[in-house]
Every structure is written in C-alpha cells, then in structure tokens.
Design a protein around this ligand. Structure first.
Ligand code: SF4
Length: 385
C-alpha cells in the first residue's frame, strides 16, 4: 500500500461536563484536571509520531472528544504550534475543533480562531428543547442558535450535528426541524440516526422499556426524508450521515474514509501509518489517567501497534470506502490491496449485490448505491463472507 497525499492528525480530548446517555465515546467527567500536564503529554505524543512521519505534509487536524471546546485556547495553540514545528502544513490545511454549543464555550471561539482553528463542528443534536432534554444535553435550542451565530462569525467553515429517529418523532416533525436546520446551516451538516449503544445509560433505559425507538418503517422514512430534503437544498449526502455542498466535505473525515494515513494522539486515539510498505495500526491507552501516566513515563501514550494483514486492509478499505457516495476508485483499491477489484472480491457475491441494486461497479470505481449505504453492514457481510 502506498501512502496517499492526505495525511491527517487527530487529537483526542476525553473530558465532558456531563455524560450524555446515548454516548459510547471515550469521554469522561472529572471534577478538575491539571491542564498543563495534559498539554505536555499531548505534545509528547505528537513528538513520538513525528519522528517516524517526518516530511509528510499535514492536510487536516481534528480536535475531537470528549469535548475539545473545554480545552483552553493556549492548549489548542500549543498543540497546533507543535504540529507546525514537526511537520510541514499543506497550504489548505483544515483545522477542525468539535464544540458544544453552550454560551461558555462559544465565548472561546474567537481565541480558538486566533490559535489557528479554521473549522468548527458543533454538537447541536436537536432544535427542540424536549428532545435536547431527552438526549441529556447541557444546552437548549436558544443557546445553540446563539453559539451557531458566534461560530458563523469566527470560522470560515462550520458544521453542526443533528440526531434523528428519536422516540415519538414523526416524519412531519422531522421535516419541520430540518427546515429550521437548513435556515441555520452553512456548507456542511452531519445527521445521525439515534442508535442504542451497549453499556450506555440509554441501553439500560431502553432495556427497561422506558422508551422505544420509532419502528423500522418510520426510521427508513426519516432517513429518506433527510436524504431528499438536504439534497434538494444543495447539501447532498457524500457519506451515510454527512452532507455538504460539493467541495465543502470534511477533509479530515475523508482521509479516514479514503484509508489515508493519520496520526492519533490522546487517550484511546487510533492511527494508521504506512511505513516501509506496511500498514500499521496504532492505538493509545484508552483510560485518560493511564494514557497520561504512560506519556509522562515513556514519552508517548501508545499501547499497541500492529501490522495489518492483507485481509484486514481489504476489510478496512471496503468498510470505510463504501460509506462514501463516491465509493472506492480503482486507483485507490490498487494502491491499498495491490490487486484488481474483480480478482480480489468473490465474483458471485459482487455480481449478486450489483444485480440487487446495492453496489455499482464501472471503469472508475466500486460504490454502494443509496440503498446499499442504507444497509451497509449487510452489504459488507455479503461481500466479505
Ligand atoms: S458531549 Fe459528546 S462526547 Fe461528551 S458525553 Fe455528550 S455526546 Fe459524548
């Protein structure tokens, strides 16, 4: 596999003010943290990976979490300064910071912009106060609108997230909420279907029968409504849950979906590096304090690095690439797997999925159709056996 021109850096900030009941991310609530120690540890993690990726031009940086808008602006600036010191930056480097839309965090947007952040992604999640309360969010819709306004003023590019298929949600109600969202949206929107993840507070509440999700038919209608309305508004889906004006796609997430190389620093962060022709998967210690102690003790928080097998590379390439409307180009497939699509994938499965209308294959690319992306797990199982 050869490295592509995309080269991304992910920085994980694992802290949140409170834990949302649906969330299974590596996010934790702490009464207080020593931010100086955290900053130094992140810089050490960056130095560690810089040593083996010298000279790669960074095309995107993403502060995710957790809630990175709880970082102080000097910590964000220190991380960005260290990256610029260790690697060349692509002139069009995209630097995204995830933020929660509370007034406290919006007050920091100006300083984040001054530190170098040029794109904000806001966890709005709903424009309905009852839904926000159900989702356990710390903001109401008025606060979210105010934060979006501040984001629009400070960042060239911004996006926000919405969650649909909530209990009791109707197609008509969701259509009205989407209209309000479109009036507020910029170039990009992420729209996720609510899922019940094991180990979350929602998993327990759902098992107790405290609430029920909309039935499958309603969920499919909500999905189709989302696709149609956002496409008509000039924000077509370029990935299962992500919509953008053409050219305004999130460069960082595209790097993942293109199976490009990326460094991941901070607790639980994953990375993929192509070194000496081998595809290496890296993983940092997941528990915040374990990662911090490791970074202070050994100069980095890396817990594991493994060389991916050809089969694992193929699985990743398909799992990531088929999420995209553009699919996987033949060039990218060849670069990753050193083979042709028809010779690597099982002919019978491939043909059946094409005939059933879930995949398309032409001279340029293999792609999942809209119907295929809607049931991607089943398509992947059929394709990979
Ligand atoms: S703010 Fe985000 S990361 Fe934190 S608990 Fe809520 S959903 Fe999870």
């Amino acid at each position: 596999m050869s490295a592509t021109a995309e080269f991304a850096i992910y920085v994980h900030w694992p802290f949140c003010k409170s834990k949302c009941p649906y969330c299974d991310f590596n996010s934790h609530v702490r009464a207080a943290i020593d931010e100086d120690r955290w900053r130094q540890a992140l810089l050490a993690d960056l130095d560690h990976y810089a040593a083996e990726t010298t000279g790669r031009a960074v095309t995107s940086i993403f502060f995710g979490g957790g809630t990175p808008s709880l970082m102080s602006a000097p910590t964000v600036a220190a991380v960005l300064d260290r990256i610029a010191k260790r690697w060349p930056l692509d002139p069009a480097v995209e630097i995204t910071l995830e933020a929660n839309p509370t007034s406290v965090e919006a007050e920091r947007f100006r300083d984040f912009r001054a530190a170098g952040v040029n794109r904000a992604s806001l966890g709005v999640q709903a424009l309905d106060d009852a839904a926000l309360k159900f989702l356990g969010r710390a903001h109401d819709s008025r606060e979210a609108l105010a934060a979006l306004d501040v984001a629009r003023r400070h960042f060239e590019r911004f996006s926000f997230d919405l969650i649909y298929a909530r209990p009791g949600q109707t197609v008509a109600g969701w259509e009205a909420e989407l209209e309000r969202a479109l009036a507020l949206a910029g170039e990009h929107l992420s729209v996720y279907q609510l899922t019940i993840e094991p180990g979350t507070a929602f998993a327990a509440a759902h098992a107790r029968g405290d609430f029920a999700l909309p039935d499958e038919e309603t969920q499919a209608q909500l999905y189709e409504t989302t696709q149609a309305r956002l496409a008509a508004a000039g924000l077509p889906a370029y990935e299962i849950s992500n919509h953008a004006q053409p050219g305004a796609e999130c460069r960082h997430n595209l790097a993942y979906w293109h199976s490009a190389d990326y460094v991941g620093v901070g607790p639980g962060a994953h990375g993929r590096l192509t070194l000496d022709g081998r595809r290496i998967a890296t993983r940092q210690f997941r528990a915040p304090e374990t990662w911090l102690a490791a970074a202070e003790r050994q100069g980095h928080g890396s817990e594991e690095r493994v060389v991916l097998t050809l089969q694992e590379r193929l699985e990743e390439l398909l799992m990531m690439g088929l999420r995209l409307a553009e699919g996987i180009t033949r060039d990218r497939f060849r670069a990753a797997i050193a083979g042709e699509i028809e010779s690597v994938l099982e002919e019978h499965s491939l043909t059946s999925l094409i005939v059933a209308g879930f995949l398309s294959l032409d001279e340029e690319r293999l792609a999942a159709t809209a119907a295929g992306r809607q049931r991607l797990n089943a398509v992947l199982t059929a394709l990979l056996g």
